[in-house]
Design a protein around this ligand. Structure first.
Ligand code: PLP
Length: 402
């Protein structure tokens, strides 16, 4: 069929030769995906990775990232979503119906709390918070209505490390689904699907989510999340909800995560080493009444961290409690005085970040193992740790002077 130039540009016959191969996979972007004929269109299956039907249901790029994330976390199936928070929401929306109850640890990632309090509640889904450091409290709150239990190790902001295997065992005995927000462990600190290596059958959570925004991206420039499972039926339930909600990730963002994944182990280790050095040094500063980091002896849940994180790994977060004698204005002056630690949310990128938190406002009760005062959370980047220490030192000098 002879065509005019505008048509010829769109229906161009040239195809590059097959077989191009290089360190990074090619990136494919699409809403429309061509079918050769109607029969192929009718018979094509979007639910597994045997074919392509529409950009929303997967491209070679999204399939590739999903498979690599399964390898990272020890899972078998993966769904990608536009943010870490979207991963939490997708799991809850997939698993919960009106009349069900979801349990969350008191130190859960804050937006997961507002999801249950301000959204799920209106859909007839109730929730309760449990003390992650008290197995008896979780046990007492499990009921016939409980359909989902969220876990986090370490917990957000206060970084308590719970007894994950014991909590999972408790939920399994009651046939309740467990979902771990595995952003801290990133699939590196421990295997969420095999919490006690060597023990058979494997003891693991049912669902592991990650904010790929953190370690897997590592650049502070991408928002993405993942939901990884080992059970095909559970995966299909999540995948169907994912499809109905129209969740998608852009291939340019997928490319950034694929590019960063090969260095994730090195980055995790480098962040970890600097974080521990700084956290240990902070313990010697009198203005900080407490330093929270699971690898520090005396930090809440230290023994649980030691037994679960066999590779002796920990993420780049630690929190300090500034003595209660310091006013809000003094704490703010300390945080504002920091130069290398930038005031911003998120973590696991190259730049160190800091955020002061009002724990009294975000928790229904003050955690018994956390000293009274103001919690300031540091996320350690990839700068030289001595420069970071000097930055905290000069900010402490400002605090002493005001
Ligand atoms: C950052 C974070 C999330 C959310 O990730 P976003 O991509 O920012 O939505 C969820 N859980 C934890 C523990 C996080 O640190």
């Amino acid at each position: 069929m002879a065509t005019k130039p505008p048509t010829a540009l769109i229906h161009h016959p040239y195809r590059p030769p097959e077989g191009f191969d290089s360190p990074q996979p090619g990136i494919f972007k699409a809403s429309s995906v061509f079918f050769p004929n109607v029969a192929a269109m009718r018979s094509r299956e979007w639910k597994d990775k045997t074919a392509y039907t529409y950009g929303l249901h997967g491209t070679p790029s999204s399939y590739t990232l999903e498979e690599r994330l399964c390898t990272l976390e020890g899972g078998l199936q993966c769904v990608l979503v536009p943010s870490g928070l979207a991963a939490l929401a997708l799991v809850s929306l997939s698993m919960l119906r009106a009349g069900d109850e979801v349990l969350l640890p008191e130190n859960v990632y804050e937006p997961n709390k507002s999801l249950v309090e301000a959204e799920l509640k209106h859909w007839g889904i109730t929730h309760q918070f449990f003390d992650p450091m008290n197995l008896g409290d979780l046990e007492a709150k499990l009921s016939d209505k409980t359909r989902l239990v969220w876990l986090e190790a370490a917990g957000s902001l206060t970084l308590e490390f719970p007894d994950v295997p014991a909590m999972v065992r408790l939920c399994k005995a009651r046939d309740v689904c467990t979902a771990l927000d595995n952003t801290w462990g990133a699939g590196i600190a421990f295997n969420p699907f095999d919490l006690l290596p060597g023990v058979t059958p494997a003891l693991g959570v049912d669902i592991s989510t990650q904010a790929l925004t953190k370690y897997p991206s590592g650049g502070g420039d991408v928002l993405m999340g993942s939901v990884v499972t080992r059970d095909p039926a559970l995966h299909m339930r999540i995948k169907l909800t994912h499809m109905r909600l129209g969740l998608n990730v852009g291939s340019n963002d997928v490319e950034l995560v694929l590019r960063a994944l090969p260095s994730i182990y090195l980055r995790y280790r480098a962040h970890d080493a600097s974080t521990r050095a700084l956290a240990a040094w902070c313990q010697s500063q009198p203005e900080f009444t407490q330093v929270l980091h699971p690898a520090l002896p005396g930090s809440p849940g230290h023994a649980h961290w030691r037994s679960l994180c066999t590779a002796d790994a920990a993420a780049c977060l630690f929190s300090v409690v500034l003595d209660a004698r310091f006013s809000q204005a003094q704490v703010d002056a300390f945080v504002d005085a920091l130069r290398l630690f930038r005031l911003a949310y998120s973590w696991a990128g190259p730049i160190s970040l800091v955020v002061p938190y009002d724990l009294a406002r975000s928790r229904s009760r003050w955690p018994t193992h956390v000293a009274k005062g103001t919690v300031v959370r540091f996320a350690v980047g990839l700068e030289d740790p001595q420069d970071l220490q000097a930055d905290i030192e000069q900010a402490l000098a400002v605090l002493r002077g005001c």
